[in-house]
Design a binder for this molecule. Sequence first.
Ligand code: NAD
Length: 498
Amino acid sequence: MTADLPDVFEGRHFIDGKWRDGRETFERVSPSHAVVVSRSAKGGVAEAEAAIEAARRAFDSGVWSRASGKDRATILLKVAELIEADVDRIALQETLESGKPITQARGEVSGAADLWRYAASLARSTHGDSHNTLGDDMLGVVLKEPIGVVSIITPWNFPFWILSQKLPFALAAGCTVVVKPSEVTPSSTVMMGELLEQAGLPAGVCNIVLGFGDPVGSLMSTHDAVDMVTFTGSTAVGKAITKASAGTLKKVALELGGKNAQVIFPDANLDDAADAVVFGAYFNVGQCCNSSSRLIVHADIAQDFVARVVALSRDVVFGDPLNPDTQVGAIVTPEHNSKIDGHVRDAVAAGAKIELGGGYLDVPGLGRQFYQPTVVSGVTPDMEIAGHEVFGPVLSVLEFNTLDEAVTLTNGTSYGLSAGVWSENVHTCLAFARRAEAGTVWTNTWMDGFPELAFGGVKQSGQGREIGRYGFDEFLEVKSVVMRVGRTRPSWVRSRVA
Ligand code: NAD
């Protein structure tokens, strides 16, 4: 056990500009270090209602929704600065709650600052359209306006990063928000609340309620005063939110699961491809919607390529998340660890072969809430592991012979988040990119992302987009203003009588 862990973080709700204790609390035990690392106020219906009503009042007051883009951008830029000044504290708490490596957590928190900066640029540059071609006496103006009160519900795998994929964009648009982080990783969202307060965000514009899906997340999805829900998490909960929100016809944006494939053609740079496959399988211990949990490799090179992947996998540093050299940390909960193992057992029972790993990993001094890097070959499309999101460090290997087969295998799941192709032939890459059913396609790389480029999924990976200009537009309504100018309007009544 590491001796110098920080004090237990005490998380409170942030409602209408005030910090509120809870009548009850809940604790988070670090998945890697098995000690309590945070104690959070547990929200109920009363806190969720208070937060939603505060967001509604703040929106309707115009204090933020009618503020200039310049004023909004000034605050967002200040938040970016404050995040950068606080990277170490936020990243340490994120690591202790999630089990992710400290170096990765620092990268995510400082990277999040850039999302705030990019959103600030959108706050100033967004605009609608004008239509000057409707006739001499007509002018049309299309305004973009904030959609209203937005519920933001986030998961545990990238708590600060995913919050920053949503919150600055909603704020840049002029929306007010209620945020509920995952009950497993609440603290970095509370820290974000502290930074927003320091940056001078007006009271009620961003409200944070800590707690569980039931009742907090449910109320945020059904309350009359909420105009939109943006959710990242499991496909099952995404469907539940869609159903729950139907009663008030809110807009719902969903970022859900994935079963993403990297497809390797024989003419690819196989060293680069193998490294990317290993990165895609183990990054964030596979608990990543963008994990490339399927390797679809050409039969001619399959044996050699899998051997490369297995050899490289042995060199990845799994272990104590607080060690700066660690690349892969702990599994989020013991229950999730058993689920991962269950998927691997089922694959073996169905006839797949374990090439590497396939069991729990004991990290000296930290216990076994870790899972070994695992490669499973001989996977066929009918096996459960070929289509189910394992959400662990488990790579399934399938083989193909033609581009058509590669595309069919890639698209053969209910998900459609991302896909990748490796070939030195640009025609192969483009043919694949155009036929892959996915929100993002990478060619000769994996998981590079930029604030400018929209992110999201098709099929059961979600609806709507995040980040980029398209992601920003999700938080805007379009209003057409139709103006008669100059000549008077022809009379509807008199022209009929005549
Ligand atoms: P989860 O769906 O269990 O929980 C996500 C959030 O929803 C939590 O804050 C939870 O408290 C809340 N919630 C639970 N029930 C709810 C309800 N009925 N109404 C409203 N809110 C409710 O997901 P998780 O286990 O935290 O995260 C893992 C999942 O997230 C994986 O399936 C993964 O693929 C997905 N994910 C997707 C993306 C993406 O961008 N596509 C990114 C990260 C994670």
